[in-house]
Design a protein around this ligand. Sequence first.
Ligand code: IPE
Ligand code: IPE
Ligand code: MG
Length: 255
Amino acid sequence: MAKPDSNLEKIDKSTLPRHVAIIMDGNGRWAVNRHLPRVAGHKNGVNSVRAVVEASAQLGIEALTLFAFSSENWQRPKQEVETLMELFVTSIEKEVPQLHKNQIRLQFIGDRGAFKPKLQKKINEAEMLTQENKGLRLNIAANYGGKWDVLQAVKSIAERIEVGELKAEQITTDMINDYICLNELPELDLFIRTGGEQRVSNFLIWQLAYAELYFTDLLWPDFDTQAYTNALESYAGRQRRFGLTGEQAVKQNNA
Ligand code: IPE
Ligand code: IPE
Ligand code: MG
């Protein structure tokens, strides 16, 4: 890991989220603003990924989930999709050894079956290599869609009903949760979207139920450790009530 960032040392650890998810948006506009091809934005975006991963690991955040490619992104120009796929392969090759050294456990969520065998192999190898690591849980959402996530959970439950193992009336929200991606991790606390849009774009729809939302106009390649710190500070200043009154929430937190 790069040298520990002394500014991060000053952050009050008790107010940090346990699980952060980020829609890394604005790469294309970042490049176009510089008269560069859109893919230059994606390439530069890798530096921001490194910055938030390192900061999260240093801060002891338990899980970080990054939206890298949505199920809708296949509809982009062929050349852009191809370059993104190549960038996934080269980034895994380049970054995984360092991630592994830093005890980071990597996991991909989404329908990986649609990727070329070479990329699927890289993904599987990276997961295998890092599976025993005890540090930050880094989840990359690739060919992921929130609706796909719910669909695969519904299918798994329906299969259990089909074989007579379960009755429809026995389905609970906890049971659905057991089949939804990332259920083994702390619940999502903070959702960040860069790039100025204020929408979810089919990211973690189930997991977002009670997450705090943070939007910034910064384009993803401009999102640095300071920008991340600002988002964490915004989170720290919020009162999460989970349906309770403010007073009840304070009491519960002090209990
Ligand atoms: C996000 O940046 C990266 C991916 C969707 C892969 P965009 O490529 O969407 O950037 P903008 O929104 O066009 O600027
Ligand atoms: C969301 O960004 C997907 C990723 C960042 C990977 P998009 O740029 O695809 O979202 P929309 O289309 O503007 O909603
Ligand atoms: Mg976009």
